[in-house]
Design a protein around this ligand. Structure first.
Ligand SMILES: Nc1nc(=O)c2c([nH]1)NC[C@@H]1CN(c3ccc(C(=O)N[C@@H](CCC(=O)O)C(=O)O)cc3)C=[N+]21
Length: 275
């Protein structure tokens, strides 16, 4: 078997086309939507995403500023900036990049983002609302996984979904989104005993850990649908997923990296800004 590739570029282009229309209407009505990205890290993957988001925002007619506070920023520096942006009427969306400076957890500072502007669902209130089925912005990466599964009509109701990774940005919110779609959800992490035994039960397996090629064919049940959220920089300047490409010989469908979840993530983040 060779897995069907679940590409995300077409879906992303369709989302961006809709966002371009909405942003144009807002611009004509007075002011273009504005996104501000706050970053406090030297991390390469994060810097790449910031550049790519800023450029994608420009193309759909969203004004985008980057506030780089540097890797030495304190919790106080970050919350002060997030609070000011939340109060600024000229700002529609506020996003705080991860990773944060060493020792700082996203949830310690993201409470300073007004939930109405929390376009990447980082405020603990947003995650809590998501958990109980109240309206909230979901983190774009988690929402992209579900959007991609929907794009390819993967049936989630009653399916066994296994998420590897428990971050506040992907694993935890994704578990709630999948539960909301009536999947039976298991979340694995670095302390999970016999990871392969658990992941092998999955109809839908999502890898969101940030470790290159952690998921190998031994982790995957024949015919499973596998979603690769990993975007790990390789020494040669490329990008590697969390899923070993050999998994394509076992899975029925597999999202590529690049060209899978990534482009949909960017598009949905921009959609949240115009929303
Ligand atoms: N609060 C927060 N939310 C995030 O969502 C978040 C973050 N922090 N920190 C950094 C990571 C990284 N990230 C990526 C998103 C899209 C691509 C993407 O579109 N990649 C292209 C790669 C194109 C290429 O380089 O060839 C693709 O997959 O096709 C990559 C990486 C989101 N992140």
């Amino acid at each position: 078997m060779t897995a069907q590739p679940l590409g995300g570029r077409e879906l992303a282009a369709r989302i961006r086309a809709r966002v371009t229309e909405l942003a144009g209407a807002r611009r004509a009505g007075g002011r273009a939507p504005r996104l501000v990205i706050v970053t406090a890290t030297d991390d390469e993957a994060s810097a790449w995403y910031v550049r790519s988001l800023a450029s994608a925002a420009g193309k759909v007619g969203i004004d985008c500023d980057v506030a780089d506070l540097g890797p030495l920023a304190t919790a106080g520096d970050i919350t002060a900036r997030l609070t000011a942006l939340s109060q600024d009427d000229a700002v529609d969306g506020v996003m705080l990049q991860t990773p944060l400076p060493a020792g700082l957890a996203l949830a310690e500072v993201s409470g300073a983002i007004d939930p109405a502007k929390d376009v990447d669902g980082a405020n603990p209130l947003s995650l809590g609302r998501l958990a109980v089925g109240r309206p909230a912005y979901a983190p774009a990466t988690a929402a992209a996984v579900v959007a991609l599964l929907d794009e390819y009509a993967v049936d989630l109701a009653g399916a066994r979904a296994v998420v590897v990774g428990r971050s506040a940005v992907v694993g935890k919110p994704l578990a709630h989104l999948l539960l909301d779609r009536d999947a039976t959800v298991t979340v694995c992490h670095s302390r999970t005993r016999d990871l392969a035994a658990v992941t092998s039960t999955a109809d839908v397996l999502v890898a969101a850990v940030g470790r290159t090629h952690l998921i190998t064919p031994e982790h995957v049940r024949a015919g499973a649908v596998v979603v690769d959220v990993g975007t790990n920089p390789t020494p040669d300047g490329g990008l590697a997923g969390d899923v070993d490409p050999a998994v394509a010989s076992v899975a029925s469908a597999l999202t590529p990296v690049p060209g899978g979840v990534g482009p949909v993530t960017t598009a949905l983040l921009l959609q949240n800004v115009v929303d």
